[in-house]
Design a protein around this ligand. Structure first.
Ligand code: 4NP
Length: 160
């Protein structure tokens, strides 16, 4: 089992749809499954800053609420400090991973990974697709991926 509590940051593009949902769902799953003592900090941010200060997209909030998960966040852009503050930065898609790797200061602490690398259900796509221009189905599908990936992360990292 990990000795020190770990910090996890979730990253997408705008920090209003996918990553605040991932932050809320991961926190919920970690708490309900009894592992909050293994966590130091959970947060989320975007690679872009267009929505800074905004609350999550109402479709993300509605999807979380419908599934019994509380969500509260103000969008922000990733900073260089985040690469020292978090043990893991879990990105929603490959473009987010690539952008983060370009910004990542040399020798920084954070492991930058695609969140989907932790999936348990091999039938689920690894990429949490950008749902911004789609319908509410996209948000529910993102939610299901994020629950599965959160359980995988617990199993492979928190309980390893
Ligand atoms: P997110 O979704 O990256 O999941 O927060 C998006 C939100 C806003 C935009 C793109 C993606 N946008 O272009 O404004």
């Amino acid at each position: 089992m990990s000795k020190e509590p770990i910090s996890v940051g979730f990253c997408c593009l705008g920090n209003i749809c996918r990553s605040p949902m991932a932050e809320a769902v991961f926190r919920h799953v970690v708490k309900t499954e009894g592992h909050i003592d293994k966590i130091k900090e959970i947060d989320s941010f975007g690679t872009g800053g267009w929505h800074e200060g905004e609350s999550p997209d109402r479709r993300s909030s509605a999807t979380c609420r419908k599934n019994g998960v509380s969500i509260s966040h103000k969008a922000r852009k990733v900073t260089k400090d985040d690469f020292e503050r978090f043990d893991y930065i879990l990105a929603m898609d490959e473009m987010n991973v690539n952008n983060l790797m370009q910004m990542r200061p040399k020798n920084s602490k954070a492991k930058v990974m695609l969140f989907g690398e932790f999936r348990r259900d091999q039938k689920l796509p690894k990429v949490v697709e950008d749902p911004y221009y789609g319908g509410s189905d996209g948000f529910q599908f993102n939610f299901e991926q994020i629950v599965d990936f959160s359980r995988g992360f617990i199993e492979k990292v928190l309980l390893a």
